[in-house]
Design a protein around this ligand. Structure first.
Ligand code: NDP
Length: 384
């Protein structure tokens, strides 16, 4: 049976991994919409290869380039924020939400409102919208499948079990490229060093988040919404080999873990085929070759991000959206060499201290909080 699929953020790292799997099972999928921000040539190439109905660039300035690259193909081209939402609202059987940052929130919500299946990679959207998004999922009847390797692991380990039986959920963290760096070394860390992740090949923003450990903090908030067992039951452990992707401990003392190669095609395949399974080209795990799996507690002195995220999750309301927006601005500034690495967490903390709006009740409130938190963060940047 053919299913329809849309990929929001098709030109990115998750987009490429998803399309690689779709390419291997072309007869099973019909591609509805592929989207990008501004990589028009690459988007057009993918849209042609996969025979998409529609290609959309979020940045309207890139639409002429997309139109000319698609000329004669019969594939519709569109541009701008509204077009992105309309593409998501086409309601494919499966929508892969793989835009980076809160920019993915509106289209992800539009896909959720269709009540079909949404495979969520775009963690910033869930962190920012939190209860607003989970309420939309409940209202629309959408199935939200976690792409993030940790949450996908937890989802698999939880299968069929009641939350009441869960004693703890442990998210594993590679620790990133600076895992063993001293504070002095961290002060001098460069963007090129930060985006060179030891285990995973990812987009620039999530790579920096991995280096600061904000990625794990954002994942803690994501887990809090996806698996409502209570924040006190959510833990983080550093596991440099990235083989165990996360674990669920039950009240009887059993701990279930999901293991796999450090290749996002594994969790993406689990979402595409869910509740069945599909083949992937990933090399099977060779535990004898890996030899050792090690674990250690996170160091929240060198990496304060996880504590900041936990506090924001505990505070609830608007705090996670403010934290996420501030982090996005700080990461962009770091990547542009405008902010030292260790100032990312400091800036996020300062924005949280300066801006504490009431909890968002609807999506519009989340957008307003996100916009104002970005403004506060940009103002702070000018003072650095
Ligand atoms: P990339 O930077 O590789 O790709 C991002 C995608 O989003 C691109 O298609 C990009 O288009 C598009 N995009 C960027 N900005 C905008 C915007 N303002 N509006 C619309 N589209 C935009 O990111 P990743 O694939 O690494 O990550 C995507 C999401 O998945 C993130 O939320 C990340 O945290 C999450 N994730 C990623 C993992 C990974 O292994 N990469 C693992 C787990 C989660 P363009 O190419 O035109 O810029």
């Amino acid at each position: 049976m053919t299913r329809t699929i849309s990929i929001l953020g098709a030109t990115g790292s998750i987009g490429a991994s998803t399309l690689d799997l779709v390419r291997r099972e072309r007869d099973k999928w019909r591609v509805v919409a592929l989207t990008a921000n501004c990589q028009a040539q690459e988007l057009a190439r993918l849209a042609r290869e996969f025979g998409a109905e529609l290609a959309v660039v979020a940045d309207e300035a890139c639409l002429p380039g997309l139109r000319s690259a698609l000329a004669g193909s019969g594939i519709a081209a569109a541009g701008g924020a509204a077009a992105l939402v309309e593409a998501a609202a086409r309601g494919a059987d499966m929508t892969v939400a793989a835009i980076v940052g809160c920019a993915g929130l509106a289209p992800t919500m539009a896909a959720i409102e269709c009540g079909k299946t949404v495979a969520l990679a775009n963690k910033e959207a869930l962190v920012s919208a939190g209860d607003v998004m989970t309420a939309a999922v409940a209202r629309s009847g959408a199935v939200l499948l976690p792409v993030d390797s940790e949450h996908n692991a937890i989802f698999q380990c939880l299968a069929g079990n009641d939350y009441a039986h869960v004693r703890a959920i442990t998210l594993t963290a590679s620790g990133g490229p600076f895992r063993d760096w001293s504070l002095e070394q961290l002060h001098a860390a460069t963007p090129a060093q930060a985006i060179k992740h030891p285990n995973w090949d990812m987009g620039a923003k999530i790579s920096v988040d991995s280096a600061t450990m904000f990625n794990k903090g954002l994942e803690l908030i994501e887990a809090h919404h996806l698996f409502p067992v209570g924040l006190e039951k959510l833990r983080i452990v550093v596991h440099p080999q990235s083989v165990v992707h996360s674990m669920v401990e039950y009240r009887d003392g059993s701990t279930l873990a999901q293991l796999g190669p450090s290749d996002m095609r594994v969790p993406i395949a689990s979402c595409l085929a869910w509740p069945a399974r599909m083949d992937t080209p990933c090399a099977p795990l060779d535990l004898a070759a890996i030899g050792e799996l090690t674990f250690r507690a996170p160091d929240e002195v060198r990496f304060p991000a996880t504590a900041l995220c936990r506090a924001a999750a505990e505070a609830g309301g608007a705090a996670p959206a403010v934290l996420n927006a501030a982090n996005e601005i700080a990461v962009a500034a770091f990547l542009a060499s405008q902010l030292p690495f260790t100032r990312i967490a400091v800036m996020v903390e300062q924005v949280l201290a300066h801006y504490a709006p009431p909890a968002p009740a609807a999506l519009g409130d989340v957008f307003a909080i996100d916009a104002e938190a970005r403004r506060v963060a940009r103002d702070m940047l000018e003072l650095v």
